[in-house]
Design a protein around this ligand. Structure first.
Ligand SMILES: [Zn+2]
Length: 714
């Protein structure tokens, strides 16, 4: 959205710094020195090249208004000039007051920013060439672009694409150096359409300043605005711009390259996992710390490492040691390969079937083409988990793996309806549940005090080939078991493809049962643990047969979700982000699954919106979804974000915060939670001491430096 200086400058009593020179365009030295990168939010619009041969009445129907100087869009504040013959008319959707939000831009500008929506949804960005648009034809386009911006002091004269502008308080310049174009926009408008460049800490810092300016502006008196703006400009100019992190990822480049970068990062993570995780793999924390110490010294002594490689490896060690949780992990999709192969052999699988299982594990690491391929792998891997013994072995495998990964809590989640016994008879779901609970207890007892705290989640599946009433049945079971075992924590989840017509509200009956039970606990009528509610929502761009994915999150919140599974579509809508924040719900982030395994889930953005959640201060918890099928594990999840330039996440304080949020939001009993948090704090102190207690060792200084860099990365 562009804006022009049509209002009189706001009167100010303060002296204003002025650059004194007139800025002629985007290539001006002062702009080059001050600009920063950013990314646009994907924004669906409808576009048209208006046919001015039409009658006045027909043009009025399009929403245009006739003036002496030509045809205008009603939004005169941002589009003061008449629309020209080579402009593209843009329908941004409806405004809050219900009227249509119309704007326009030049064909050149359009070609640079807008891509075909249908292809965008398939994960491909093809920019639209306006020459190919027929006059009067309405087309769907999605705004997706990188951009640059800068702030200039009030009063600066600038030649923009819309004519000469005198910068007034609250205005920001949007730059395209290649085209030597400059647009002036209001900061509030710009924040609606752009996010910080996740690769660029300076950009993130600038966005923080802009948001804080907007916040302060709300309560400022008109006469204070200029001073506030001057302060913003001077703080903006003071931002350290040189510290770009992890060079190659998420530079301004096309989606294919981003995807390649992500794949490359995944390869590096795979290698680190083999190199490091396998060596820090003891069941007890004390031994893992000593193992880590050895690995750290080797990394530092290795002169072949570049400083960047060294930094990444040290961060990986810290991520491995970090006390973690895994609040979104499907049992069947997360069975360790050895456990699964053992079950397959017990079931006398053919060599071919065993090869297919091994294949599925490898394919998982490489990612899936689409949701069907993912489901097929799920079937293959799940095929060896059928009998009660299989489920027990699966639970044992997952809990042991969690212990080695340093998890303080874990949640076992699966469907308990439709399980079968050895002879193939359907198991009563109560029996199936008891079987799993028993395995959870036994595995923990075998491991001893290092074992993570556990909770159980009843998972209802809403796929087309499943019965929706079974989802409600799972909610009922959650209530029954919560009543039966008041000292244990149970929870309820809905998973499966979202675009089936079974939206969260479709299962309101189940959520109501849980709400009713929880109200009795809250009022003290009965004693026990509250039943946790999480819902897979906003995982895919659409749900409920074509509705926008973010609305599914809204529905899930209405149904009383304490946590949202995936939730990536929340970032497509500011209101949803706002509701999410106000609800206090935690988002279960499954990065590898969202981007690498099923890239369509994030619209092939190749950039996980985790950064946006952190920026918005929405609590997140890092999870794996399906370790086996997605070829991931909880340490890899942290590392993948680190390597793909999500530096804010891997800023040590934020890492700790995400891990701690994981415990706070995990569905384990209150008593378990309290104990887990205590252990968390103790272990963090030990990990941080691992770094500082080696103070005399000069080499170890580098670790402290790395830790410091992580802290300051944002
Ligand atoms: Zn899931």
């Amino acid at each position: 959205m562009t804006t022009k200086d049509i209002e009189k400058p706001i009167p100010s009593n303060h002296e204003v710094e002025s650059v004194g020179v007139k800025i002629e365009g985007a290539k001006d030295q002062v702009i080059r020195e001050r600009k920063l990168s950013m990314m646009s939010r994907p924004n669906e619009i409808k576009a048209m090249i208006p046919n001015f041969d039409l009658s006045d009445d027909e043009l009025i129907v399009l929403g245009l208004e006739k003036e002496d100087d030509g045809w205008h869009v009603p939004n005169r504040q941002y589009f003061p000039n008449p629309i020209s013959k080579d402009s593209v008319l843009i329908n941004y959707g409806r405004k809050e007051d219900g009227t249509i939000d119309l704007g326009f831009c030049s064909q050149d500008e359009f070609a640079k920013i807008y891509a075909h929506t249908d292809q965008y949804k398939q994960g491909k960005i093809t920019y639209i060439n306006p020459v190919e648009i027929k006059k009067g034809e309405i087309i769907d386009a999605t705004k997706c672009a990188t951009g640059e911006f800068t702030l200039m002091p009030e009063g600066t004269q600038i030649k923009t694409n819309e004519g000469d502008v005198t910068v007034r308080p609250g205005q920001i310049l949007i730059i395209n150096e290649n085209k030597n174009s400059v647009f002036a926009s209001d900061i509030s408008e710009m924040l609606k359409r752009y996010v910080a460049d996740p690769m660029n800490p300076a950009s993130k810092k600038a966005f923080e300043l802009l948001r804080s300016f907007e916040e302060q502006k709300k309560t400022a008196k008109p006469e204070e605005l200029a001073e506030l703006f001057n302060k913003l400009v001077s703080e903006y100019n003071g931002i350290e711009r040189k510290s770009k992190v992890y060079k190659s990822y998420f530079a301004e480049t096309d989606i294919e390259t981003l995807r390649d970068d992500f794949k490359h990062a995944a390869e590096v993570v795979k290698e680190l996992d083999r190199e490091i995780s396998t060596r820090i793999n003891s069941m007890d924390f004390g031994s893992r710390v000593e193992e880590a110490r050895v690995v750290l010294r080797e990394i530092i002594a290795d002169t072949k490492n570049t400083p960047e490689q060294e930094n990444i490896k040290i961060s990986y060690v810290l991520a491995r040691l970090l006390p973690k949780t895994n609040n979104h992990q499907h049992l069947k999709g997360s069975v360790p390969m050895e456990t699964l192969l053992e079950r397959a052999r017990i079931h006398k699988f053919s060599e071919e079937q065993i090869a297919a299982i091994k294949n599925a594990y490898t394919n998982g690491e490489d990612g899936f083409e689409n949701l069907d391929a993912f489901n097929k792998a799920y079937e293959t891997i799940g095929s060896a988990i059928r009998t009660p013994e299989d489920y027990q072995a699966a639970v044992k495998g997952v809990i042991e793996e969690a212990t080695r990964a340093g998890q303080l809590t874990t949640e076992i989640r699966c469907s308990v309806i439709g399980q079968r016994d050895d002879s193939g008879n359907t198991l009563d779901p109560h029996v199936a549940t008891e079987n799993i609970l028993e395995a959870m207890e036994k595995s923990r007892a075998d491991i001893g005090e290092e074992a993570p705290k556990v909770g159980f989640t009843f998972l209802g599946y809403r796929g087309r080939d499943w019965k929706p009433e079974e989802v409600i049945e799972h909610a009922k079971l959650a209530v029954e078991f919560a009543q039966k075992y008041p000292d244990k924590k149970f929870s309820f989840d809905i998973a499966g493809p979202e675009d089936t017509g079974y939206n969260p509200a479709h299962f309101k009956e189940g959520f109501d049962l849980i709400k009713e039970y929880n109200n009795k606990i809250k009022s003290g009528e009965i004693k026990g643990e509250l039943i946790g509610v999480t819902i897979h929502a906003g995982e895919t761009p659409t749900y409920n047969e074509g509705k926008r994915g973010n609305e599914s999150i809204e529905e899930a919140l209405e149904m009383g979700a304490n946590r949202i599974g995936h939730g990536v579509q929340a970032v497509s809508n500011l209101e949803t982000l706002d509701h999410l924040k106000k609800s206090g719900a935690t988002v279960e982030i499954c990065g590898v699954c969202n981007i690498s395994s099923i890239p369509l889930n994030t619209r092939g953005m190749a950039i996980h919106p985790v950064q946006e959640f952190i920026n918005q201060e929405i609590p997140i918890t890092i999870c794996t979804d399906n370790d086996a099928i997605c070829g991931t594990n909880i340490t890899k999840e942290y590392a993948q974000f680190l390597l793909t330039g999500h530096s804010e996440l891997m800023n040590w304080n934020n890492v700790k915060e995400a891990a701690k949020n994981g415990i706070k939001s995990s569905f384990i009993s209150d008593r378990d939670k309290e104990q887990a948090l205590k252990v968390f704090n103790e272990r963090i102190r030990i990990i941080e001491r691992l770094v500082t207690e080696e103070r005399d060792n000069v080499e170890i200084e580098k670790i402290r430096e790395a830790l410091k860099n992580m802290k300051e990365a944002a």
